[in-house]
Write a protein that binds this ligand. Sequence first.
Ligand code: URA
Ligand code: SF4
Length: 213
Amino acid sequence: MAQLPLTGDEEGGAQALVPPRPSLRSLREAAAGCRACPLWKTGTQTVFGEGLKRSRVLLVGEQPGDREDREGRPFVGPAGRVLDDALETAGIERGDAYVTNVVKHFKWEARGKRRIHQSPKAEEIRACAPWLEAELDVVRPELVVCLGATAVKAVLGPSSRVMRDHGRVEASRLGPPAMPTLHPSAILRADGEDRDSAMAMLVGDLRAARARL
Ligand code: URA
Ligand code: SF4
């Protein structure tokens, strides 16, 4: 099986939980009990990927956000709305894509009553890698679209750069070819014209992805 650079199958690791000849359902059930890194303690639930087996395109983000953590589904909060808009403009049906994240639990820090997103650490990304690898093995997409730097680095390696490489399809070490693009949250953080041009970039990349399918 293709492996992320630092995938561990050490004792207590996620790899040991991956069932032999997994289906998406058995993977999801196994991942629900994952405790391979500390993030399960503060996250509400494992937010596993969603979509049909044999989806031709797999979209991968960083980690679930606040809404995703509560609902147990990827990209259903504000970033998910941006992603849905971009997919629609690019002519990709969300239901035709498998949507997931590099890290399956929400990492956050309390600020008053709010839960603020924190970036996952390298060891958390490494601990969670077996789940994404297993999803890729079951879905076998023709193309992986990496949304933002965490996904780009996890799939394409540490020397890939979103702004330099976006929209280009490259061989990935995980099997299927992969394309870097912006994370929808980057669009939410931008204002005015910057927001418009960031959205245009995401849509343009998704159109290029669609053209390859
Ligand atoms: N951001 C992500 O990277 N993934 C989600 O599922 C939601 C927000
Ligand atoms: Fe397991 Fe990933 Fe959750 Fe860590 S973030 S507990 S590795 S599912």
